[in-house]
Design a protein around this ligand. Structure first.
Ligand SMILES: [Zn+2]
Length: 73
C-alpha cells in the first residue's frame, strides 16, 4: 500500500490566529461558485505531500477544500 495515499491529519489550531482567519476567509466554493464565502469547522490534513484545509461552506454547508501551496509558507 502506498503511504502517500493516506491522509495525515494535522493540527489546524496550532496555526496563528491570523493564519487561521486567512484560511477561513479565503475560500472557493464549487457548489455556490463563489469565492470568499468563508467556511466553518476547519480541519487540516496532508495528502500525497500536499497540505489541505477543509471545512464547510458558510453559505451552503458543503465541503470546501483549500490547497495549501508552498508559496504561502
Ligand atoms: Zn457554498
Amino acid at each position: 500500500m502506498d503511504k502517500n495515499e493516506e491522509k495525515i491529519v494535522r493540527d489546524f489550531s496550532a496555526r496563528s490566529k491570523d493564519d487561521q482567519q486567512a484560511f477561513i476567509d479565503n475560500t472557493w466554493c464549487d457548489t455556490c461558485q463563489k469565492e470568499n464565502l468563508g467556511l466553518h469547522t476547519p480541519i487540516e490534513y496532508e495528502h500525497a505531500g500536499v497540505i489541505y484545509i477543509e471545512g464547510k461552506c458558510n453559505c451552503c454547508d458543503k465541503t470546501v477544500v483549500t490547497e495549501f501551496t508552498e508559496e504561502d509558507f
